[in-house]
Design a protein around this ligand. Structure first.
Ligand SMILES: [Zn+2]
Length: 280
């Protein structure tokens, strides 16, 4: 695969999308350097699980592919935070960035650079980047107001302060992953519920609808949460569901939260009660 990329990349100078997913990591830095030299219009690049790549690749992308809007380097665990910060400072059009498992690269320093330079960011996955703390997430919340999807699963250091900053600063947030963020408490849930109330008050003339609020929330293993706080989030976001088939409020491993239910449970109950009346 590496040789194929080396020979083909110079011929595809107008290439905009390049997906290089691999079963076994084969891609090496020289291939990414060739891509960066010749494919300067590239907008979408997927290098996930390219374990052999080093910082040389990230610096090459930063210099060559300034128009990138989507970059997936999930699982590329060798990248450093300095290289990622450089990339963020040059690829400022990034909208979608997947850093899942980039434990070294996704430091608070790198996230501060992303928050500073990549203000159009809409989707970020920093799952299992266990060095990330509130400092990094708050930089994102303040710098990336268009953020819609954020996966913080396994970011074990983050606290309510991260979630409160996101709730206050990112009105378009629709999907939030907090799996295994065990420092998260009810305060964070109430801030999410409250932010929804605010968007109803200050939002469109039509008022609240299914488009508002969270569509996906994963709080599995967030064992400090209580039912009333989680119910408040569920009530404020009509698109969050606990019912089977539309499982968008995910809370496996939270045994204390079994009493939390979406509106469907109540509607089903009412529907059964109203059938005899409509028959008259
Ligand atoms: Zn439901």
């Amino acid at each position: 695969m590496n040789n194929l990329v080396l020979s083909l990349a110079p011929k595809f100078t107008k290439l905009q999308t390049l997906i290089l997913r691999q079963d076994k990591p084969q891609l090496e830095d020289n291939a990414v350097e060739t891509i960066s030299n010749f494919c300067r219009d590239l907008q979408i690049l997927d290098l996930s699980k390219s374990f052999k790549l080093t910082d040389r690749s990230l610096y090459a992308i930063a210099l060559g592919c300034r128009n990138l809007t989507k970059l997936n380097i999930s699982g590329c665990s060798a990248f450093s935070d300095n290289a990622l910060a450089s990339l963020a400072s040059l690829c400022t059009n990034l909208k979608v960035l997947n850093l899942c498992g980039c434990v070294k690269a996704a430091s608070d320093t790198a996230l501060q650079a992303i928050g500073h330079f990549c203000n159009q960011l809409q989707s970020l996955n920093i799952g299992w980047c266990e060095n990330v703390s509130d400092v990094g997430v708050m930089s994102l919340a303040y710098g990336c107001p268009d953020l819609r999807t954020l996966d913080l699963c396994g970011c074990v250091l983050i606290t309510d302060d991260s979630v409160i900053a996101l709730a206050n600063r990112c009105p378009h947030l629709r999907s939030l992953g907090l799996y295994y963020c065990q420092n998260i408490t009810d305060r964070a849930m109430y801030s999410l519920a409250q932010s929804k109330v605010n968007s109803r008050m200050w939002g469109s003339v039509k008022g609240g609808n299914d488009e508002d609020g969270l569509r996906t929330l994963n709080i599995s293993q967030c064992t400090a949460l209580t039912p009333s706080a989680v119910q408040a989030v569920c009530d404020s976001s009509p698109a969050l569901h606990t019912c089977s088939g539309r499982h968008s409020l995910i809370m496996s491993g939270c045994l204390s939260l079994t009493s939390v239910h979406c509106a469907c449970a109540g509607q089903a109950h009412r529907a059964i009660n109203t059938i005899p009346h409509t028959a008259h």
